[in-house]
Design a protein around this ligand. Structure first.
Ligand code: PTJ
Length: 248
């Protein structure tokens, strides 16, 4: 039986294909496929759709990016494979810089990811030239090496599909952190200032739309966003869906 293209199952198969293609092209690492599997499971538990709670976080993220002095979008393999076009579009709308920053770093993979971003219209890509390399203190992984002109100097950093240690290190280093993480209980989700519990593939498109629609007045108003409260709501949605499934 053919599944309609808009059915969540068809979309999830399409996302999986994008990841596998990204793996074959050398953009995604094996560990990235495992991370995706984890994400798929949480996506299923939130109902494979953008919840009202996630929309609230997206609005807060849009405001933070537009109000920032030096916003930076940090790009890893999975994010590049899923959202190259949207990364470039978001950077153009918000003025955010794009920086390639990998957990499993290799010069070859950095170059392939930069190439994909350029193909999608990016002009400047940071994190490639070792001349500008700086280190984030208190972080062991390869991700401690960042660009002096980018993450190192940024006030707001968007870091999707992140590992907990790096988010904690970025916070200690004084950055405002925005993340996409389908697991509202992860250390990254719990540590970030704004956590969007949504699949990047859906959420990035909405984030771009919201950025386009926000007015200057919206930015003047003080944000009332409460990440902890919002995360509790996402966990509540998962609990409710599990109960529904158990009683079906
Ligand atoms: O490309 P590299 O070398 O930088 O490596 C990137 C990976 C993804 C391998 C690395 O960052 C990693 O291991 O991440 P974690 O610690 O597995 O965390 C990934 C988090 O993102 C998990 O909590 C997943 O539930 C979540 N996630 C996975 N896919 C998506 C997602 N969240 C939003 N959208 C997704 N499509």
């Amino acid at each position: 039986m053919l599944i309609p293209k808009t059915h969540p199952r068809a979309i999830s198969l399409y996302i999986r294909e994008k990841l596998v293609h990204g793996f074959r092209e050398g953009i995604v690492v094996e560990e990235g496929l495992l991370a995706h599997g984890r994400g798929e499971m949480f996506d299923y538990l939130i109902g494979e759709k953008t919840t009202k709670t996630s929309r609230k976080a997206i609005k807060a993220a849009a405001r933070a990016l537009l109000a920032a002095k030096l916003p930076v979008i940090s790009v890893n393999g999975n994010f590049a494979a899923l959202c190259a076009k949207e990364i470039v579009e978001l950077s153009k709308i918000t003025g955010a810089k794009i920086e390639v920053n990998l957990f499993y770093a290799s010069e070859k993979r950095k170059k392939i990811i930069a190439q994909i971003l350029r193909k999608n219209g990016a002009n400047e890509i940071l994190g490639i030239d070792p001349k500008f390399a700086k280190r984030i203190p208190k972080l062991d992984s390869a991700r401690r090496v960042v660009d002096k002109r980018g993450i190192f100097s940024a006030d707001v950093v968007l870091v999707p599909l992140e590992d907990g240690d790096r988010t904690i290190a970025l916070k200690k280093f004084g950055k405002d952190v925005i993340t996409f993480d389908l697991n509202p209980m992860s250390r990254t989700a719990q540590t970030a200032d704004i956590t969007i519990v949504d699949n990047v593939i859906r959420g990035m498109k909405i984030l771009i739309d919201v950025c386009k629609k926000l007015s200057k007045e919206d930015l003047v108003e003080k944000s009332k966003f409460d990440n902890k409260k919002n995360l509790k709501k996402s966990i509540g949605i998962i609990r409710k869906n599990l109960r529904k499934m158990a009683n079906a």
